[in-house]
Design a protein around this ligand. Structure first.
Ligand SMILES: [Zn+2]
Ligand SMILES: [Zn+2]
Length: 131
């Protein structure tokens, strides 16, 4: 009898743990879902490794902007290196305008010549590994 009671108690304890784990997993999958839908850079249109992902406010936050686009850290830096917050808020608050900026257009051309196949190659060899 005493043994049965302990068994039930330990199941309760396990349930508590499972619940906690379940919540953690849900949060994680929500994050990765966000990542998988938004992991293409809106400036250079290439995939973004998780470590290089930056959110850019199309209208600067200081001007009340809320809409963000996901960019490479490098692409993001390039935007702010070329444009002031005033210019961004007034003339470059769309991704199209940014892509048409002469210096950014040059930058996009330059960066798109850089190898993009590294991730694809990794994916392919990983697939081979599973087979
Ligand atoms: Zn980019
Ligand atoms: Zn920004």
């Amino acid at each position: 009898m005493a043994r049965k009671q302990t068994a039930i108690e330990s199941i309760h304890g396990m349930n508590g743990r499972i619940k906690k784990k379940h919540i953690a997993l849900q949060q994680q999958s929500a994050t990765s879902h966000w990542a998988s839908t938004d992991s293409i850079c809106q400036l250079c249109l290439r995939p973004i490794p998780t470590t290089q992902r930056d959110a850019h406010h199309l209208v600067p936050k200081s001007r009340g902007g809320v809409d963000t686009v996901i960019l490479h850290r490098l692409c993001h830096r390039q935007i702010h290196a070329l444009l002031t917050e005033t210019q961004l808020a007034r003339d470059y608050f769309t991704i199209e305008a940014l892509r048409n900026h002469p210096e950014l257009a040059k930058f996009i051309q330059w960066i798109s010549r850089k190898p993009t196949h590294i991730r694809a190659a990794i994916k392919r060899s990983r697939d081979k590994g599973y087979l």
